[in-house]
Design a protein around this ligand. Structure first.
Ligand code: IMP
Ligand code: MG
Length: 180
């Protein structure tokens, strides 16, 4: 069902293989303890679902909604929690699972918010990283793929709520966006 206007950057097979590797690595890094996986809605839903199934250990899963005020390609820099966690993080090892780190504004803010909840540790897993675009520092412990400064969609990532259900990561060209 891939739209002919989209160019595949990372295939479904590449994603699945990389997620399996990350799941194994995370399982090794957290052999014991209470691990809370926090999936950032909505973009990280597919990544988080596959990642936790690649982990060889028990986890608790919770969801957080973050709005960065923007429906298009760039976030405005203002961050707001739109859906908070259901489970306390006190004393837990926390793994934030995000779709992509772009400017770093969202995760830089979220790390500060979650740090105040007295977890034992916090790390970030992001499927994609666009290091060239960073405005705020963010340490990402588990990166799926580093990508160039291109707007991508699929496997959870959207453009104006479209394309989330593609099974590959695809580049959406500027001309295609303008053509609608
Ligand atoms: P940051 O706060 O600029 O790091 O942006 C993070 C959020 O921006 C991600 O969670 C995505 O929702 C969105 N985003 C950044 N780059 C892309 C992209 O290439 N495609 C789709 N969404 C993106
Ligand atoms: Mg997002």
């Amino acid at each position: 069902m891939i739209d002919p206007k989209l160019k595949v950057l990372i295939s479904s097979e590449q994603i699945q293989e990389r997620v399996r590797q990350l799941g194994e690595k995370i399982s090794e890094d957290y052999p014991t303890g209470d691990l809370h996986v926090i999936c950032i809605l909505k973009g990280a839903v597919f990544f988080a679902a596959d990642l936790v199934r690649a982990m060889k250990r028990d986890v608790q899963i919770d969801f957080m909604g973050i709005s960065t005020y923007g429906k298009g390609k760039t976030s405005s820099g203002e961050v707001k929690v739109t859906k908070d966690l259901d489970i306390s993080l006190e004393g837990a090892d926390v793994l934030i699972v995000e779709d992509i780190v772009d400017s770093g504004v969202t995760l830089n803010y979220l790390m500060k918010v979650l740090d105040q909840r007295r977890p034992h540790s916090i790390r970030i897993a992001a499927l994609l990283d666009k290091p060239e675009r960073r405005l705020r520092p963010v340490h990402v412990s588990y990166v799926g793929f580093e990508i160039p400064d291109r707007f991508v969609v699929g496997y959870g990532l959207d453009y104006a709520e479209k394309y989330r259900n593609l099974d590959a990561i695809c580049v959406l060209e500027e001309s295609d966006i303008n053509a609608g």
